[in-house]
Unconditional design. Structure first.
Ligand code: ATP
Ligand code: MG
Length: 419
């Protein structure tokens, strides 16, 4: 038997309801904040990711699905969305059409990671990207947007952590100090961090290995080294969040895995997720558009891991109601008689279903229950002779005899009462 690839998951119908809710609430909230949808391709030239995400990151170093096209060009299945959105922004000169752009996207991402709970090889993200604002107000807006979205969706427990990563003025001297510190404790770090201490020291700060966490408690932090401009910006972000009453925690260990971030970085974590507790992450990337060949235009955005979000909101979704009415037709004559009723109800906007194979009363009532029907319409040979049907309210268990002629109109009226 051929099975799905390791780390890749099917979303079966019950789960799809959860995903539909996640997507529809997201669209609703994103549009209310003035964001527009952009749809970007699933594969790109490898160079796009190598240049934007950075060579010494986990993603580019070991997680990308890269393969040669038939002409030899190196292609990569996108591991994240920001690089493609920025590429599209530059390629279509969007900045010439409007000064500000606020975009959102949904879609699958691909990373070759060790599959485990909350970590897949094909996973999905929803993200937003804003171009053209350097003002801290927009940092506040995207963090608030994320918070309001999670709240509206009914995510039970979550926390927003924020930090500042500084900029090209203050980060280099901080990194020097951090490197010096890491050299002193090099023999206490995990293998991965011992290497990253040289190549990507910031990443050491968010290592998940316990022995690293323990020795890093005394590490110098970026917040103590912010230059005047970064400090001003960060203070304004914090003040803005407080003004809107968006709860947040300062987390000086928070860094981002991708090279292009500066200043505000944030993530949303939940205690209901186990070890992989980050459900969304984002930050400012003022240099990225330029680094990819565009003008010097600031940007900020976030990406939400939708599998992890689905785990958090699964309980809040009503899985039971798939149809309003289930027609239980007993025997070939009854089925034939009810086909036009079934069709008519559907054209009138009433979700209706029926089992064409017939089956016993008991098995069809079970089906009606599983489909979450509010009403069942029961028709057998006896009813057909009397030109009537039995309508059963599945909640109150009340039954009513109805003439075939009045049936459709009565059913539509009853369904309207349920809504
Ligand atoms: P992590 O620390 O969990 O590896 P990351 O820094 O690699 O996260 P980002 O690139 O910031 O993650 O992606 C944003 C979100 O996408 C994460 O917070 C997470 O919810 C989700 N995500 C990332 N990688 C995976 C994956 N392999 N499987 C499922 N979800 C993922
Ligand atoms: Mg990762």
């Amino acid at each position: 038997m051929i099975k799905a690839i390791k780390g890749v998951k099917d979303i079966l119908p019950d789960d799809a309801l959860v995903w539909q809710k996640i997507e529809s609430v997201a669209r609703d909230v994103f549009y209310r904040y003035g964001y527009q949808e952009i749809r970007i391709p699933i594969f790109e030239q490898t160079e796009l990711f190598a240049r934007s995400i950075g060579a010494d990151t986990d993603i580019v170093g070991k997680e990308m699905y890269t393969f040669p096209d038939r002409d030899g060009t190196s292609l990569t299945l996108r591991p994240e969305g920001t690089a493609s959105v920025v590429r599209a922004y530059i390629e279509h000169s969007l900045h010439q059409h409007a000064r500000m752009w606020k975009l959102f996207y949904f879609g699958p991402m691909f990373r070759h990671e060790r599959p485990q709970a909350g970590r897949l090889r094909q996973f999905h993200q929803a993200g937003v990207e804003v171009f053209g604002y350097s003002e801290p107000h927009v940092d506040v807006e995207v963090i608030a947007l994320l918070h309001r979205y999670f709240t509206q969706l009914g995510v039970p427990t979550f926390r927003t952590n924020v930090n500042s990563l500084g900029d090209e003025a203050c980060r280099p001297s901080y990194l020097k100090e951090l490197k010096k510190f890491l050299e002193k404790i090099a023999n206490l770090l995990c293998e991965n961090c011992a290497r990253r201490a040289q190549t990507n020291p910031l990443r050491v700060l968010d290592c998940k290995v316990e022995k690293c966490k323990a020795v890093l408690t005394d590490a110098p932090i970026m917040l103590d080294h912010l230059c005047e401009h970064c400090l001003f910006h960060f203070d304004a972000v914090k003040a803005g969040l407080e003004q809107l009453e968006i709860p947040y925690s300062l987390n000086s260990r928070l860094v981002r895995g991708l090279d292009y971030y500066n200043r505000t970085a944030f993530e949303v974590v939940s205690t209901n997720l186990g070890a992989q507790d980050a459900v969304a992450a984002g930050g400012r990337y003022d240099g990225l558009v330029k680094a990819l060949g565009g003008p010097m235009i600031p940007g900020i955005g976030f990406a939400i891991g939708l599998e992890r979000l689905a785990l958090l909101v699964r309980e809040t979704v009503n899985h039971t109601s798939k149809v309003d009415i289930f027609i239980v037709a007993l025997g070939e004559n009854a089925i034939k008689e009810m086909l036009p009723v079934l069709d008519w109800l559907r054209t009138q906007g009433v979700a209706t279903d029926m089992d064409y194979a017939g089956g016993s009363l008991k098995s069809q009532m079970k089906q009606a229950d599983r489909a979450g029907a509010r009403l069942t319409v029961i028709v057998g040979d006896d009813e057909l002779k009397k030109r009537s049907v039995v309508v059963r309210d599945m909640q109150t268990k009340e039954q009513q005899d109805l003439g075939l002629l009045d049936l459709a109109a009565t059913l539509i009226k009853r369904c309207a009462e349920f809504r």
